[in-house]
Design a protein around this ligand. Structure first.
Ligand SMILES: *Cc1c(COP(=O)(O)O)cnc(C)c1O
Length: 364
């Protein structure tokens, strides 16, 4: 055992992720359940209103997941069978599923090596103009939505990992695209177990979403689907939204402490160290795969569960059998990155252990 492992022998392993469910959250869910109203009701309406306030206007519709939110947003943007939708290869399959769910096909794009995001150049370099692009603010780092929108019909912002983040200019993410989506899955910034949101600064696609999920008791018929959120889920998400500024502040503090502890030779994902950033993950970039694996082993020995945040086999171009040589940056990112636990439910003692272990990481 190395020195760090000895120091931590007997200490419980620090989970890579853990939701923050406080006693007042549980009380709010219990109170919601006790009303006897479980279907979408006052808590869903209050959550939507709070979400709109956070974004300084617009309209929002709560749904059952981030995946559902993406599907509805694309449908609301008029994406139809045969359309082509641009998306990063470095993202989870929810994005691909939503495109396929519209009968459209994906145009996968490589990402920037420092921010892990698609840049306007990735779109302008294409030899076709996609009908829409899904722009992901990866791990909270703000992508250049305005720049991408200049080359593409419709932009849907995927804010599943960036809720509460702002651009360097101070604008809340999610307001630039025709719509933005968010997820309240168990490991996201805020959670209802499952859940999601469709938001539109100009209202349009959020109103479409509300119509789309309200399938029952209508006097007309067109394809709709039950993607509604329950009221007790909304009660949980709403209490977490109430303390979003604390959640973001805690994440910024942890990320700053980790960055300061990291020995020279390691890098971190760009775009997450400003005063307005929303670090959803703390992703270390090692110079090569061997150095990443050594760091992974070192932190594991210190009782800190780290993960490769997206593995090579999960890259969308790999899943679709496309030529990996067309996606060199994404290929390099999956080979050299490691995600270190970063979430408000970390205790002070756990945070100290992580900082200590990072400071003792082997030189890469
Ligand atoms: C989690 C996530 C989704 C999917 O959200 P679910 O609620 O799990 O369906 C979509 N896009 C991104 C970027 C995500 O992180």
């Amino acid at each position: 055992m190395n020195a760090v492992a000895v120091a931590n022998a007997g200490a419980a392993e620090i989970a890579h992720n853990k939701p923050s469910v406080l006693p007042q959250d549980i009380a709010a869910v219990s109170a919601s359940l006790a009303t006897g109203w479980l279907a979408p009701g006052p808590e869903v309406a209050a959550l939507e209103a709070a979400y709109v306030r956070l974004h300084g206007g617009g309209d929002a519709c709560a749904v059952s997941s981030g995946s559902a939110a993406l599907l509805i947003a694309l449908k609301g943007a008029g994406i139809e069978p045969g359309d082509r939708v641009a998306a990063p290869t470095y993202v989870c399959t929810a994005v691909l599923n939503a495109i396929a769910g519209c009968g459209a096909s994906p145009i996968l794009l490589d990402v920037e090596e420092d921010s892990f995001n698609v840049s306007p150049a990735h779109i302008s370099d294409m030899n076709e103009r996609p009908k829409a692009a899904i722009v992901v603010h990866t791990y909270g780092a703000a992508a250049d939505v305005a720049g991408i929108a200049a080359h593409c019909g419709v932009v849907i912002e995927d804010c599943c990992q960036s809720l509460g983040g702002r651009t360097a200019g101070g604008e809340m993410l999610g307001r630039r695209g025709q719509a933005s989506v968010c997820s309240f899955y168990a490991t996201k910034i805020m959670t209802g177990g499952h859940g999601g949101m469709v938001y539109a600064a100009n209202g349009g696609i959020a109103a479409f979403a509300r119509d789309y999920v309200m399938f029952d008791g209508r006097d007309d018929w067109k394809p709709r689907f039950n993607f509604q959120m329950t009221d007790f889920q909304a009660a949980l998400v709403r209490r977490q939204l109430d303390r979003l500024s604390e959640i973001v502040a805690r994440r910024r503090k942890l990320a700053a402490d980790y960055r300061a502890a990291l020995p020279a030779g390691y890098g971190v994902q760009a775009g997450l160290d400003g005063p307005l950033a929303m670090p959803y993950r703390f992703v270390v970039r090692a110079p090569d795969a061997a150095a990443r694996d050594r760091l992974h082993k070192h932190l594991g020995a210190a009782g800190i569960r780290c993960i490769v945040p997206l593995e090579r086999k999960e890259l969308l171009h790999r899943l679709l059998g496309l030529d990996p040589l067309r996606f060199p940056n994404a290929e390099r990112i999956v080979a050299t990155t490691l995600s270190v636990p970063l979430y408000p439910a970390l205790t002070e003692g756990e945070a100290v252990r992580i900082v200590d272990a990072l400071s003792k990481a082997p030189a890469p």
